[in-house]
Write a protein that binds this ligand. Structure first.
Ligand SMILES: Cc1ncc(COP(=O)(O)O)c(C=O)c1O
Length: 478
């Protein structure tokens, strides 16, 4: 090959994917204007835009072809077809499901992570990124009361964190095709559906699955659990995994973690706690007490995109003994020999991911910029707002289905001798049609139930009062 000739034919000063500074500034400006407009108007923007749904299927504007669009037009399309449709999780009026966050400093961390594109899965490739991620895992581990020898990883969310936790439990309890059918998993009707998905994905669907009855506050009954375990042992089954909530999705209930962990220890059962929603309340004085038992769990998951107000895409798994994570995930390959000389674990040794998003920066940057206390202050505010909203709802005549452990309120109106499901649905629809706030619904004790979850960093008294006002005005109509 004539390298000189080849070089000349390849050489081209016009590489549009490598914008020069002038071009970058031009683009940055347009993007920043868009982001600022979004943030400056967020308090007047709807939390839910029902009418936007049809727009997304009107034409093929999302489809990819050879044609290009000007950045301004692209952003116009994003605004009309994405931002202005459906749920607006960035809104303080979002009381639905488990509200997400979207703090700006975290978005900037993500921006830097993408621009610098560190290879965060392997210590050899990015020791700094891995150490940053380690520091976050250490901080959260200490927060829930783990002291030494634990490990974890930053995932894309709670579902994947649950998945890795269950594969770790399976491996460490040596569940194989030989004992699968006799192995027992304990959970409850309040277990998040990502756990059931994980059970299927990691090949545990043929295990015996026990949904333990709840007490009147929607928490796992330890009495029922213990009786069931005893019975299973007597029947020659092998109890191996119990799953509890530290903040259930429906009502935010915290299962009796200390008692459950004691039962699990007694029967050598892996104790997993889903603290996706509730875990970060351990930063508050109230939550620290309530979540005391977390430190006894074999594995815990938390969602920084919930309790730390980060944009979606941030979960975390913690495993009390890092060796279990290593045994489940660490593999070698010839092409990895240079990286494997390192004495430091890589995130890829502790999770199924290899090339992965440098997730640490989106969490580390806000913590460094604002400090830990600001996050606990915000969470304290959500706890206070919950007490306030409960009081207001009771004054309007609503029944609070169970006293909230954290910041989710399940409530319904009892319209005597009338169709309660239809009328509570009418209340929900009124809120959705108005769109300034968003709530969701569920079924509890076979009854249609409304839910308000207070977790957005943008939800304050003003948004809470608006929700009360909307409910009150519809109640007057009904
Ligand atoms: C208790 C609980 N666990 C797990 C999950 C799943 O987390 P993610 O949506 O981050 O995958 C959720 C989601 O809301 C949840 O509330």
């Amino acid at each position: 090959m004539d390298f000189k000739k080849e070089h000349q034919s390849c050489s081209n000063d016009n590489f549009p994917l490598e914008e020069n500074e002038e071009k970058r500034k031009e683009i940055d400006n347009v993007i920043l204007n868009f982001a600022n407009e979004f943030l400056n108007t967020i308090s007047e923007t709807k939390a839910f835009n029902n009418s936007g749904q049809n727009k997304t299927k009107q034409d093929n504007l999302f489809e990819i072809g050879k044609e290009t669009l000007k950045l301004e037009n692209i952003l116009g399309l994003i605004k009309e077809r994405v931002v202005d449709t459906g749920l607006n999780p960035a809104s303080g009026g979002n009381f639905g499901y488990i509200p997400g966050g979207g703090i700006y400093s975290s978005a900037l961390g993500d921006y830097l992570a993408a621009v610098t594109n560190r290879y965060a899965g392997i210590f050899y490739a990015s020791p700094g990124a891995v150490r940053m991620e380690d520091a976050l895992i250490k901080w959260v581990g200490n927060l829930i009361g783990y002291s030494k020898g634990f490990g974890g990883n930053l995932t894309s969310g709670g579902s994947i964190a649950n998945l890795i936790a269950l594969s770790t439990a399976k491996k460490s309890k040596n569940i194989t095709s030989k004992n699968l059918l006799k192995s027992v998993i304990y959970c409850s009707t309040q277990t998040h559906h990502s756990i059931y998905k994980a059970i299927n994905i990691v090949g545990l669907e043929e295990c015996v699955l026990r949904q333990i009855p709840l007490d009147s506050d929607f928490r796992i009954s330890t009495f029922e659990l213990k009786s069931q375990i005893k019975k299973d042992v007597n029947d020659g089954l092998k109890p191996f995994l119990a799953i509890a909530n530290a903040g259930s999705t429906d009502v935010g209930a915290i299962d009796p973690l200390e008692k459950l962990s004691a039962i699990c220890r007694e029967y050598s059962i892996w104790f997993h706690v889903d603290a996706a929603y509730g875990g970060f309340f351990a930063m508050t004085t109230y939550g620290k007490n309530k979540l005391y038992g977390l430190k006894q769990a074999d594995s815990v998951i938390l969602d920084p995109h919930k309790g730390m107000f980060l944009p979606y895409g941030s979960g975390m798994l913690l495993v009390k003994d890092i060796n279990h994570l290593l045994n489940t995930n660490k593999y070698s390959a010839n092409y990895m020999q240079d990286a494997e000389k390192e004495m430091h674990y890589s995130p890829s040794d502790l999770s199924p991911e290899m090339s992965k998003h440098f997730r640490g920066l989106r969490m580390w940057l806000p913590l460094k910029l604002y400090g830990v206390d600001i996050f606990s202050d915000y969470l304290e505010e959500k706890l206070r707002l919950t007490i306030y909203l409960c009081k207001e709802l009771r004054q309007l005549g609503f029944t609070i289905v169970c006293e909230p452990d954290l910041t989710i309120i399940a409530f319904r109106f009892n319209f005597k001798d009338r169709d309660n499901e239809a009328l509570n649905t009418a209340l929900l629809n009124h809120i959705l049609e108005d769109g300034r706030v968003f709530i969701s619904s569920t079924i509890l004790d076979s009854q249609f139930t409304l839910r308000a979850a207070i977790l957005s960093f943008r939800t304050h008294k003003k948004e809470t009062d608006l929700l009360v006002y909307l409910l009150k005005s519809k109640l007057e109509d009904l």
